[in-house]
Design a protein around this ligand. Structure first.
Ligand code: PLP
Length: 435
């Protein structure tokens, strides 16, 4: 594949990194394994643009995998971090900033009485699962094929072969005894869900779902389906956990719960909530949250939890997005971007479309709506690889995998998007030139 892009410094740094970190990275997708070339080492970001160590500049649609809803180096977030850090970095005590962000979230969210801060999305999900088990006194968890919930042992499980509901782990190092308590079912399959709950509800603590699955392509579910899930969980006395690590504060301040008006029992957060700093959280009703230590018997703790510098970044982020019209404008820009590309795609007759919700978008290399992970074909992976290389060459950065979604931030102006649209159109012509 064409590699006109100068990656001399990135290649050098990557070779060095390979001596230091497994695969040269500290999180696997960063290694560019499923796209061409060495990963780019980014040295700075400003607004919607990032610059790598070779001074190549890109319009960034990865946005640190979602957290940067306001774009890079946002002045309010940056100043808030700087002001806070002048007083020290961490105390391991309660702080006023912790109260402030807690209040900001709970006052503006219909489905949260209490939350608990942690330091990552994974930690939030792991804690939510423990809480669900501690609250219900049951062990089994139901998850959906095509949803990602961080690297929690009992959730790195995929559907087993054949009709078996019991899964197999997707990582080495996960005891079979953990896997046996995770039931994996396909998205959008009502019959299967009903039968699993029929058979196992007495042992099931919770069902966990990304209400807007965005880690395996963007597998937007039907509202009816999600409403129905809520109802069945209630009927069988099983908790429903919405993993809103991506969708929280992204499709609206109240995330997918607010967008769909569905009340989950526990919600998990990450990414945007920390304004670009490492933060996660989980929350729910007073009744359920009262089971967390020190109020209740479910133990969960963290040395750097609710770190004041991270809280300050989160407060700046959340205050900004609470302003009138914030989400409307973001959605309007995204709709413009998607519609321009869609009309180009249909004028060319390319066999693809764009799936989008809020400010998230995803290139589906088929005309058919993709709603479950098994619909993503090998051909889409190959096409994405060409698109990715072509876009990098021409100044656009996408997450380096066909399964990753794109994010539009408030820093992407209409003229940035216009610039990107032209580049993407040309890149799609290259992707489809032989078909
Ligand atoms: C990113 C993500 C996680 C994991 O969060 P980390 O901060 O990477 O640990 C969990 N669930 C969902 C839905 C995510 O998108």
């Amino acid at each position: 594949m064409d590699t006109k892009l100068n990656r001399t410094q990135s290649e050098k740094l990557f070779n060095e990194a390979k001596q230091l970190f497994p695969g040269g990275v500290n999180s696997p997708v960063r290694a560019f394994k499923s796209v061409a070339g060495a990963p780019l080492f980014i040295k700075k970001g400003d607004g919607c643009r990032i610059t790598d160590e070779d001074d190549n500049e890109f319009i960034d649609f990865c946005c640190s995998w979602g957290p940067l809803l306001l774009g890079h180096n946002h002045d309010v977030v940056r100043e808030s971090i700087i002001e806070t850090v002048k007083n020290g970095t961490s105390f391991g005590t309660p702080t006023k900033l912790g109260n402030e962000i807690g209040k900001l979230i709970i006052d503006n969210h219909s489905y949260l009485d209490k939350i608990r801060f942690v330091s990552s999305g994974t930690e939030a999900v792991m804690s939510a699962i423990r809480l669900a088990r501690g609250y219900t006194g049951k062990d089994k968890i139901v998850k959906f094929e095509g949803c990602y919930h961080g690297h929690v042992d009992s959730l790195l499980v995929k559907a087993g072969s054949g009709l078996a509901t019991f899964g197999e782990s997707t990582s080495a190092g996960i005891p079979a005894s953990f896997v046996k308590d995770t039931l994996v079912i396909p998205l959008n399959d009502l019959e299967k869900f009903q039968s699993v709950l029929d058979e196992h509800h007495q042992d099931i603590a919770a069902v966990i779902i990304e209400p807007i699955p965005a880690n395996n392509g963007l597998l937007i579910q039907d509202l009816n389906y999600l409403v129905w899930l809520r109802k069945i969980c209630d009927d069988y006395d099983v908790l429903l956990i919405f993993d809103e690590v991506i969708s929280g504060f992204r499709v609206g301040f109240e995330g997918a719960s607010g967008l769909y008006r569905i009340q989950p029992d526990i919600i998990t957060f990450g990414k945007i909530i920390g304004g670009g700093m490492p933060v996660g959280a989980y929350g729910g009703s007073n009744e359920i949250m009262s089971h967390i230590a020190p109020d209740g018997p479910v133990y969960q703790a963290g040395t750097l939890s609710a770190n004041p510098v991270a809280m300050a970044a989160g407060i700046a982020m959340l205050k900004t997005i609470l302003k009138d019209g914030f989400f409307e404008k973001l959605k309007k820009n995204t709709t413009y971007f998607v519609e321009q590309l869609e009309s180009f795609i249909s004028s060319r007759g390319y066999d693809m479309h764009i799936q989008s919700v809020g400010s998230i978008f995803w290139f589906a290399f088929t005309k058919t709506r993709v709603i479950s992970s098994d619909q993503i074909q090998q051909d889409a992976i190959s096409k994405f690889k060409i698109l990715h290389a072509e876009l990098l060459q021409n100044g656009i950065y996408l997450g380096p995998s066909a399964y990753e979604v794109g994010f539009i931030s408030a820093a992407h102006t209409k003229s940035d998007l216009d610039e990107a649209i032209v580049i993407i159109q040309k890149a799609l012509d290259v992707v489809y030139k032989d078909s």
